[in-house]
Design a protein around this ligand. Structure first.
Ligand code: XMP
Length: 506
């Protein structure tokens, strides 16, 4: 594997993704919390950083631990750190070195730069620049304004680059990373979804033995893939629980339960609608709703889990971005995000936790799901929040409002599917607004509710943009909703991007 040392760059996760796209396994670790260094580590990449190597307490690492022992690639800050450490000179750059630049000099006979073309576009993002290299360091690429775009240490597999090969704007960045990871480090490109599934199932068998595991299914991709992996390892010793919190999409509980059963999972559906409605009665504050929903979920889940004898483990669908964040360099305490849907569950239940997906990115989870032949309808589903329609009904929640919103949401989502638009959208849904507006329907005046439709594109939910859905589609959906859903006489479409407007309205 490749070890990526994180100095806090916003791009560190991207480096990991690019390496994995080469079918090579890699892990990110904060520079100040190194893992055990084993022979499995075939190369090390130092990430960029928002800090400057010239700062007093700049992030630092003992480079000699790696240098000369395994190939090392410093990216941006990582390159500057090594240059500075071994006697070079790093200064604030005189001209701005942000954005695109083109390579004006490339020593392509050097392994790192093989097949990188002269004039290739690279992406720069740094305030400091390497003015002078240490003795024994050679320039292997330059741009018109950055002489040391890339360097190599003589007689050693140690390299530095001041641009960012991991961003797609660096046109041949992938080639450069392939040169490093595959040719220089000699990593075999064997880390595929099939291999991941196979080895994970074997590891789970070993780890879990005859123990019983309980896992909460949500209908989403992560928990489903996690369940299938564990199920393939221990069969019916995995007990899945799927809770109907009364805030799911229309027919979701029944249809998802059916498809889980079809996948051979030992799953119990629990109708807890009333418990959730009771707990939510009169609550209007979004955080209050989330807390109430989370609390009842834990109660219901715990109660069900206790009906199973001798459970030792809690299975969870936690994925890699939940575990790492680039901000991890701020200190170990910031490294772990609690999994927001079931936060508090492991503590409450006093079980050991098994999280087979905690090294994977979302798209990798989908690929593993495909390799396990999980229903494409489950793998391709839009994200749906744990509190469900509860945070899409503004104001207090009643079963009647849920029923209205379920109908609206169904028409919208079904329409997207029928028109082949579903897969172009990252997430979509409808919000039931706490306002009434006047309508004329036939000879009558109505005073009914307004719904807002929202459809966004996004990569990770952190930022999002509204989707420019075809007008005639919106028109049809609007007509359908107003004609079919009693209680709604007005439909609006949300054209706000995030930031500032979050995807959910609450
Ligand atoms: P926002 O609304 O913050 O949402 O732009 C970003 C992504 O997170 C989902 N979301 C939640 N998921 N529990 C969840 O499991 C929550 O409380 C929650 N709030 C928002 C949202 O659907 C989107 O995918």
């Amino acid at each position: 594997q490749i070890l990526i040392l994180d100095f806090g760059s916003q791009y560190t996760q991207l480096i990991a993704r690019r390496v994995r796209e080469l079918n090579v396994y890699c892990e990110i670790h904060p520079y100040n919390n190194l893992p055990e260094i084993t022979d499995d580590i075939k190369g090390v990449i130092f990430s960029g950083s928002p800090c400057s190597v010239r700062e007093e307490d700049a992030p630092d690492v003992d480079v000699d631990m790696f240098r000369g022992k395994v190939p090392v690639l410093g990216v941006c800050y990582g390159a500057q750190l090594m240059a500075q450490k071994y006697g070079g000179n790093v200064l604030p750059s005189e001209i701005r070195e942000y954005g695109r630049a083109r390579l004006s000099h490339v020593d392509s006979h050097f392994d790192l730069m093989k097949e990188i073309s002269l004039d290739s576009q690279v992406w720069m993002s740094h305030g400091d620049t390497i003015k002078e290299l240490p003795k024994g360091f050679d320039i292997i690429a330059s741009t018109p304004s950055v002489a040391v775009a890339a360097y190599k240490v003589q007689n050693e597999l140690t390299y530095g680059i001041q641009f960012h090969p991991e961003v797609t704007h660096s046109e041949e960045g992938k080639i450069l990373l392939r040169n490093f990871v595959v040719h220089i480090c000699g990593c075999a490109q064997e880390w595929t979804p099939d291999i991941f599934a196979e080895t994970t199932i074997a590891e789970l068998k070993e780890k879990l033995g005859n123990d019983k595991v309980v896992l909460g299914l949500s209908g989403g991709v992560d928990s489903s893939v996690a369940a299938v992996l564990i199920n393939r390892a221990i069969g019916d010793n995995l007990h899945c629980i799927f809770v109907d919190n009364g805030l799911l999409r229309k027919n979701e509980f029944e249809s998802v339960l059916e498809s889980y059963k079809g996948m051979g999972l030992n799953v119990k559906g629990v109708d807890a609608k009333q418990q959730f409605y009771d707990a939510l009665e009169g609550i209007t504050d979004p955080e209050g709703k989330r807390k109430a929903i989370g609390r009842v979920f834990i109660e219901v889940f715990d109660q069900e889990a206790h009906k199973i004898q001798d459970v030792k483990w809690l299975g969870q669908g936690t994925i890699y971005p939940d575990v790492i964040e680039s901000v991890s360099v701020k200190g170990p305490s910031a490294t772990i995000k609690s999994h927001h849907n079931v936060g508090g569950l492991p503590e409450k239940m006093n079980l050991k936790v098994v999280e087979p997906l905690n090294t994977l990115f979302k798209d990798e989870v989908r690929n593993v799901g495909r390799s396990l032949e999980i229903d494409p309808n489950i793998l391709g589903r839009h994200p749906f929040p744990g509190p469900g329609l509860g945070i899409r009904i503004l104001g207090d929640i009643t079963p009647e409002k849920v029923a209205i919103l379920q109908e609206v949401d169904y028409i919208f989502i079904n329409g997207l599917k029928e028109k082949g638009l579903y897969d172009d959208v990252w997430q979509a849904g409808a919000m039931l607004l706490p306002i009434h507006s006047v309508g004329v329907m036939g000879d009558e005046r109505t005073y009914e509710q307004v719904v807002a439709l929202r459809a966004v594109t996004s990569v990770d939910g952190m930022t999002a943009d509204w989707v420019d859905l075809p007008y005639n589609f919106l028109q049809d959906v609007s007509n359908d909703i107003i004609n079919k859903v009693k209680g709604v006489n007005r439909v609006v479409y949300d054209i706000s991007s995030k930031p500032p407007a979050t995807i959910e309205w609450e």
